[in-house]
Design a protein around this ligand. Structure first.
Ligand code: HEM
Length: 140
């Protein structure tokens, strides 16, 4: 029963992701919110090829969502992402993920016409396990 409810929640989030990513605007807005959130984060993306970054993030988000339903390939991909963001690589401190999820939710609110507070909560629930797996790999 709990599994069925979880997979329905994953499905609702995946459908929302589909509505959001019909155009590239959702990811453009996301990085605008993210880089406006602090000078530190803005500096981190100062030399980034943003069109490429948006494509990479789109693929990574699919795996973060699928991670919540125990998909094996997504588990491997999330491990790779945790390793690339760890203290000796990109050095993304765990607390920076909170502002990232907030920026994502603000962007969903703007780009998903069917967004509700419940759907926002579902997004946060579904992303949480993948983010926990990434941040668990931060210390080296
Ligand atoms: C939801 C969690 C996150 C996901 C899914 C994600 C995804 C990605 C992906 C796919 C890349 C491309 C390189 C790679 O595959 O490793 C990347 C690079 C990067 N990420 Fe993340 N990331 C996350 C969290 C964060 C956070 C919280 C920050 C800090 C603000 C951050 C900052 C960066 C930076 C600075 C790069 C390198 C950009 C460049 O190439 O110039 N990421 N991220």
């Amino acid at each position: 029963m709990a599994d069925r409810m979880k997979s329905q929640e994953t499905r609702r989030v995946m459908q929302s992701f589909g509505r959001c990513t019909i155009t590239d605007d959702f990811l453009v807005t996301f990085y605008e919110f993210l880089t406006q959130s602090s000078e530190e984060i803005k500096d981190r993306f100062a030399h980034t090829d943003m069109p490429r970054q948006r494509r990479l993030l789109k693929e990574a988000l699919i795996h973060l969502i699928a991670y919540a339903s125990g998909n094996e390939f997504s588990r491997q991909r999330v491990t790779e992402l945790g390793n690339s963001h760890c203290s000796v690589q990109l050095n993304v401190r765990p607390e920076l993920y909170e502002v990232r999820v907030d920026s994502l939710v603000k962007s969903i609110r703007r780009h998903d016409a069917q967004c509700t507070p419940e759907l926002e909560a579902s997004w946060r629930n579904i992303l949480a396990p993948g983010i926990a797996a990434m941040t668990a790999l931060y210390p080296r």
